[in-house]
Design a protein around this ligand. Structure first.
Ligand code: NDP
Length: 309
């Protein structure tokens, strides 16, 4: 048996897995176009000029183009009122899917409103106005509600949490009956990922900023999903030998040796964890690429519900 110092966890290559998924999606989109003369479309709504939002949206648009999904941009001014934004969302909800692209009809299958929205706009209100059938981000309260209920299925699952489970599946990690600990309880990552794990029959514990004995709870986990946004908070000694570790955390820390002056690290101390975990995702290159791949997958699934009846 390998001693602890020799042990090296399998590094889960999220970039490669996401690329495989994108190729699968591209092939399905090609088949839909060939068989039905229809392709999926995604409306991307961005309000204001936040640089980070512009760059995320740019990545999403590029990813759509690569797999043959048609993205439509709706760039709105920072000062737009909540009522005007809601009415734009309603327009997209009602969109009758008649855009013709090359030889195919584009089915507007998804609406993505890039967050955060400017402070004067109530995000919850805007997100809850998106048609359930086009809620590809999976943030509509009814979709989340169904995720939380037994024997109910949401139309869409939120992208980052869905990406975490896909990484586990594609890495051969079984979930049923396992002890899973999720660190973080946010609406976009921690909470929905804990619900997905529960649906997949794990025994789930959620640790948050007010939890006592975090270390000993985490040490019981066969599966750790770290989504606290705390750089390298989870040490190697907190990890059960052989555990699967999915690190969602994406934290910029100062690094004068880099041109940019910073580098990205996860919520897990990667080097320490590698000596004890069974498998682990790196940051960057783990969960990040999966989030966009799951957005494409959700858009494809939404379109298939309309096209293949
Ligand atoms: P939030 O800040 O919304 O939530 C953080 C959660 O972690 C909260 O529930 C908070 O608890 C909990 N938490 C904070 N500090 C601690 C601590 N010391 N111990 C235990 N729990 C703690 O963040 P998000 O959920 O939006 O994101 C989490 C991380 O994931 C961030 O690093 C973010 O950048 C990254 N992320 C990555 C994505 C990707 O695609 N790779 C996508 C989305 C996020 P409490 O509720 O008590 O405040």
């Amino acid at each position: 048996m390998a001693s602890q110092s020799e042990h090296k966890a399998t590094v889960i290559d999220g970039k490669l897995i996401a690329q495989t998924i994108r190729s699968e999606i591209a092939e399905e989109v090609r088949q839909l176009s060939e068989k039905y003369g229809k392709v999926p479309g995604l409306a991307v709504v961005i309000v204001g000029n936040r640089k980070d939002s512009q760059s995320y949206v740019g990545m999403k648009r590029k990813a759509c183009a690569e797999v043959g999904i048609q993205s439509f941009d709706m760039d709105l001014p920072e000062q737009i009122s909540e009522a005007e934004l809601v009415s734009k969302v309603h327009e997209l909800n009602a969109n009758p899917d008649v855009h013709v692209f090359e030889q195919s009809i584009v089915i507007l299958a998804g609406i993505l409103v890039q967050l955060p929205l400017p402070k004067h706009i109530n995000e919850e209100k805007v997100l809850s106005e998106i048609s359930l059938a086009k809620d590809v981000d999976g943030f509509h309260p009814l979709n989340i509600g169904k995720l939380a209920m037994k024997d109910r299925e949401p139309l869409f699952q939120p992208c980052t949490p869905k990406g975490c489970l896909e990484l586990l599946h594609r890495s051969g990690v079984s979930i049923k009956g396992k002890r899973a600990v999720v660190v973080g309880r946010s609406n976009i990552v921690g909470l929905p990922v804990s619900l997905l794990l529960l649906k997949a029959d794990a025994t789930v514990t959620v640790v948050h900023s007010r939890s006592n004995d975090q270390e000993s709870i985490i040490r019981e986990a066969d599966i750790i999903i770290a989504a606290a946004g705390q750089p390298m908070m989870i040490k190697g000694s907190w990890i059960k030998p052989g555990a699967a570790v999915i690190d969602v955390g994406t934290n910029a820390v100062d690094d004068p040796s880099r041109k940019t002056g910073y580098r990205l690290v996860g919520d897990v101390d990667f080097n320490e964890a590698c000596k004890i975990a069974g498998c682990i995702t790196p940051v960057p290159g783990g969960v990040g690429p999966m989030t966009v791949a799951m957005l494409l997958k959700n858009t494809l699934e939404g379109a298939k519900r309309v096209i293949v009846q």
